[in-house]
Design a protein around this ligand. Structure first.
Ligand code: TXA
Ligand code: MG
Length: 314
């Protein structure tokens, strides 16, 4: 299959209208989207990614008014989050309406809804005239793409269109929040932090792991580069290792010279933004082991540690 690479939102929207898929930029990571109401089109997403069918997709909307079409009921906890953080790097889980096909939600009776802050993403949804169901635009199991080059690496010749836009501002996938209950529960941490959420609702919490996976995607291996990922503390960082083919990403520049490929980040936000891109860079360079500095699970640190833990579990 030939892939059209374009910066025309209209061309990309025409693919969606025809029942095809297109990759597109968002502020979190790039997505690969299709008409959320078109089952055949949705199947194409799962096929291109090699994604298990029970892992549900996020449905993206361009206007808050569209949430009520997709969700059976907007709970008070969702209302607060939507008011405070939509459009932005956050996804709410609500009970779904019948209009949403089961393939989108992996057979669940709930739906994940997000309104991206990215203007290009919202323009694409508007021009398509339908909500767009979209997972991250990586092959299942590899790190989410944060720029269009990553998308082309994984998806060229597997999907008919890639809409080119800027690199992702946040670099980690959205915060997924279960809003079906009385209090919001974070299922996947992201750039909207638990602390921010607690300011809205002091009973907000983070569900680290559940016996029965509430968010089915969480049970799958994710975000992993080909290299081995090791999470290291400051103490372990001090052990100089002169062997080649080693990489380091973190905040502590003191140890930078000990590694071949290095990314020192000034802030945890910058760490989050660069993490997946660094994983891909290391794989391209044939790095065997990537050392990642452990950070405290405060603010965005919770999301960083979540992705690192997943990437380091082989
Ligand atoms: O930032 C993002 O969220 C990106 C961009 C493209 O919007 N999308 C993204 O999609 O990361 P994906 O498919 O890679 O991750 C969606 C996550 C998965 O962990 C999935 O299991 C969870 O959301 N999810 C989707 N629907 C759900 C539902 N009804 N209940 C619980 N979790 C759900
Ligand atoms: Mg994903």
């Amino acid at each position: 299959m030939q892939t059209t690479i374009t910066n025309s939102v209209k061309i990309a929207a025409d693919f969606i209208k025809k029942g095809e898929v297109t990759a597109f930029p968002t502020e979190t990571v790039y997505g690969i989207g299709a008409n959320a109401y078109d089952e055949t089109a949705i199947h194409k997403i799962f096929k291109a990614k090699g994604r298990p069918a029970d892992n549900p997709l996020i449905v993206h909307v361009a206007r808050k008014a569209d949430i009520a079409v997709l969700a059976e009921h907007i709970t008070p906890s969702a209302k607060k989050i939507i008011k405070a953080f939509f459009p932005g790097p956050v996804t709410v889980i609500l009970k779904k309406n019948e209009i949403v096909p089961d393939v989108v939600t992996g057979g669940l009776d709930t739906i994940a809804i997000r309104m991206p802050a990215s203007k290009i993403a919202r323009e694409l949804i508007k021009l398509s005239g339908v909500p767009i169901a979209a997972p991250s635009a990586n092959l299942s199991g590899s790190p989410s793409p944060t720029n269009f080059i990553h998308v082309l690496r994984d998806m060229r010749n597997k999907i008919p269109c890639v809409l080119v836009g800027p690199a992702a501002r946040y670099g980690l996938e959205s915060t997924v929040i279960d809003c079906t209950g009385k209090y919001p529960v974070i299922l996947r941490p992201g750039s909207i932090t638990l602390e921010q959420l607690k300011k809205l609702d002091k009973n907000a919490s983070y569900q680290k792991r559940s016996g029965k996976a509430k968010s089915p995607g969480l049970k799958y291996k994710h975000y992993a580069p080909k290299a081995i990922v090791k999470i290291i503390t400051n103490y372990e960082l001090g052990i100089r290792n002169k062997k080649t083919e080693k990489a380091f990403i973190g905040l502590n520049k003191k140890y930078a010279m000990s590694y071949e490929v290095v990314k020192i980040c000034k802030t945890p936000e910058e760490y989050a933004k660069n993490l997946f891109s660094f994983f891909r860079e290391c794989d391209d360079k044939g790095i065997k082991t990537i050392y990642c500095e452990k950070v405290s699970e405060k603010g965005i640190g919770l999301a960083i540690m979540n992705r690192l833990q997943k990437a380091s579990t082989k």
